[in-house]
Design a protein around this ligand. Sequence first.
Ligand code: AMP
Length: 171
Amino acid sequence: MNRIEHYIRDIQDFPKPGILFKDIAPLLQDPEGLSACLSELKALVPDVKIDKVIGMESRGFLFGTMLAKRLHAGFVLARKPGKLPYKTISQTYALEYGEDAIEMHIDAIKEGEHVLIHDDVLATGGTAEAVCKLVERLGGKIVQCNFIMELESLGGRKKLQGYDIQTVLKY
Ligand code: AMP
């Protein structure tokens, strides 16, 4: 068993029936869990200069910021529409029913910067794919997409072909 696995709590039927929610609150609450998870995420990152870490709203902000600090990189927020105060660039993506969008500030990434994308869970991969497109529209180079865990049955990895996808845990 991976040393952080027992900090992940399964919540059945949240936020709606049929979803098995992977709750990282116990991991965040425990100083050992917090520190072990950060070390494991950092160990996945290749030994190249990272200029920016992007955290996806909202749980991606948590370890994303800590990873940025560890990597001596800047941190960028990828947020749901209408949340960012400055000029934004937006990317839509398909949901099971309908579509959603994700935004970043237009000055978040400079041409040629090396970017690491982070979130807690890789599920269908729609959000991460949209963030990859935003980064590339701004001229950034994606070094890796990294996650605490991957829900393999949802096939998110297929949407992110061509990128280095790393996760600490797989379910
Ligand atoms: P995705 O389907 O890969 O675009 O995931 C969308 C967002 O929903 C990600 O930011 C995940 O954190 C979150 N998410 C999706 N499925 C789960 C789940 N089963 N448990 C916890 N978070 C989830």
